[in-house]
Design a protein around this ligand. Structure first.
Ligand SMILES: [Zn+2]
Ligand SMILES: [Zn+2]
Length: 107
């Protein structure tokens, strides 16, 4: 995520209704900084250790915002399908193409 995207996200949070803002500001206090907070929203806690210090790869300078890495235990997983990332790109992309996941599913 680019720095200004993060600012836009942060700005959009400030446009929320007051009660939502209050809940969010409590959430922010839980985190050390805006980066930890936005990561918590965009990436979520680590599926392995439940650590909150997670980053998507775009955040750590790699060109793939669909992969997350836990800074606490090093676990790396696909944010799209939730599987541990053993090969890159995640095999689910290829599978999706084969299954025609972007077409309507007809039973
Ligand atoms: Zn972890
Ligand atoms: Zn995947």
């Amino acid at each position: 995520m680019e720095q200004n995207e993060r600012e836009i996200l942060w700005f959009s949070l400030t446009q929320l209704p007051p009660d939502v803002q209050e809940a969010l500001s409590l959430a922010v206090q839980k985190y050390n900084n805006v980066e930890d907070f936005t990561s918590a929203i965009m990436v979520g806690p680590c599926p392995k250790c439940a650590g909150e210090k997670t980053r998507d790869w775009d955040d750590i300078g790699l060109d793939d915002a669909t992969v997350g890495t836990c800074l606490e235990c090093g676990y790396t997983w696909c944010l799209e399908c939730g599987d541990a990332l053993e090969t890159w790109p995640c095999p689910h992309w290829e599978k999706d193409e084969k299954d025609g996941a972007f077409e309507m599913e007809i039973e």
